[in-house]
Design a protein around this ligand. Structure first.
Ligand code: ZN
Ligand code: ZN
Length: 382
């Protein structure tokens, strides 16, 4: 049940970019990955994809810059002998670029552990670059491994099938554009989408080598790292990486700076899962997208938004209110959680920054409407 138009719109683009719609497949060619690795290390590697921010001693966050096909952030934990990285972006060349950037800016120690916080394409399609760079274990929850097996290749195929349509839409937008800036923006988006398309034709799925049920604990001289499953949330398999000594947690898409993506989510359980994570002693959050959180305020806002929206949709659905009516009734202004201490503005600023196609012309209500639809569909999930 889609309420949006079939003409590729900014909203379709947004949904695809953020979305579940991805993951793909064919046979991995090591030569290709070596080439991607070499390209990423070469001076002409293209525009920088990440900004690495120090969060605590031995803890860094690689903040993904905006791209047509979104990359996740990565959390970087420097251990005594090696490095653990949380999340692997949307494509091997992005992961290879980060490996090179870590060497240059953070440490010469090798990345020996990668955690996939969940199964979405923008967090794991770069796994194979870590394999190509050296010996590595990839860690995830059992549900995440299973979802990767079931969904990754199917979703990538579906997403790649949409790319020509998205490029055509950008071309027609460029043709109508009145400013040089907009034309250049469209040209750059097209360039990025074509590069993605070309690279992902030879994508090979790299599954986790370690899959666990509740937790996987790494004890290192530098610190302990607890990879933990606290319950279903954004997907059936989200994990966090908690470091008790540095009082930080990496949260994937369970807690971040965008409106949530709920199509694969569990709206009634998600807030409780965040509460369980909140029982850990941390001060800073390294999210899957958006800026580092230096306190818990935005975590609480996101939790409250999901809870409030779910309660409103549940009430309406029980009363037999059609989805389209709920989307009219549940406005941004009427959601207390969004009105709490600048949360609406915080979300808007991040969306405009990270989804250049989703500019101020697209109000936050568009995302709220998408969330209402997702919650409406997934309300009964437990
Ligand atoms: Zn996700
Ligand atoms: Zn994501």
């Amino acid at each position: 049940m889609h309420t949006h138009t079939h003409v590729p719109s900014r909203r379709d683009f947004f949904r695809t970019a953020l979305g579940g719609a991805l993951a793909g497949a064919s046979v991995l060619e090591l030569a290709f990955h070596r080439a991607a690795w070499a390209r990423a290390q070469a001076p002409a590697a293209g525009p920088q994809l990440f900004d690495i921010e120090k969060v605590a001693d031995g803890v860094y966050c690689a903040l993904a810059r905006a791209q047509a096909m979104i990359n996740s952030n990565a959390a970087i934990f420097v251990n005594s002998q090696d490095v653990l990285v949380v999340d692997a972006h949307s494509k091997p060349s992005a992961a290879a670029a980060l490996i090179a950037q870590i060497k240059k800016e953070v440490t010469p120690k090798p990345v020996r552990l990668v955690v996939n916080s969940h199964f979405h394409w923008d967090h794991m399609q770069g796994n194979s670059a870590y394999k190509a760079a050296g010996k590595v274990d990839i860690v995830a929850s059992e549900p995440t491994k299973q979802l990767m097996q079931q969904e990754a290749e199917k979703r990538l195929k579906a997403a790649l099938e949409q790319v020509p349509q998205q490029i055509a839409a950008l071309r027609s937008r460029a043709a109508k554009a009145t400013s040089a800036g907009e034309k250049a923006f469209c040209a750059e988006q097209i360039r990025q989408m074509e590069a993605y398309q070309a690279e992902m034709k030879s994508f090979s799925l790299e599954l986790p080598s370690i899959a666990f049920a509740k937790s996987h604990i790494i004890k290192d001289r530098a610190h302990d790292l607890h990879v933990e499953f606290h319950g279903r949330a954004h997907t059936a398999g989200d994990v966090i990486v908690f470091c008790p000594q540095k009082r930080v947690v990496a949260t994937g898409d369970m807690i971040h700076g965008f409106t949530p993506y709920i199509a694969d989510g569990f709206p009634r359980i998600w807030p409780k899962t965040i509460d369980s994570v909140g029982g850990r002693a941390f001060e800073q959050i390294l999210p899957g997208h958006g800026p580092v959180h230096h306190n818990r305020e935005r975590m609480i806002h996101m939790r409250n938004y999901i809870e409030e929206l779910t309660a409103r949709v549940e009430e309406g659905k029980r009363a037999g209110t059609p989805l389209a009516e709920l989307q009219k009734a549940i406005t941004v202004a009427s959601l207390k959680s969004l009105q709490s201490n600048g949360y609406q503005k915080f979300l808007e600023a991040n969306l405009y920054k990270y989804f250049p196609n989703f500019g101020p012309a697209t109000p936050l209500q568009t995302n709220v409407n998408t969330n209402i639809e997702e919650v409406y569909k997934n309300l009964e999930r437990a």
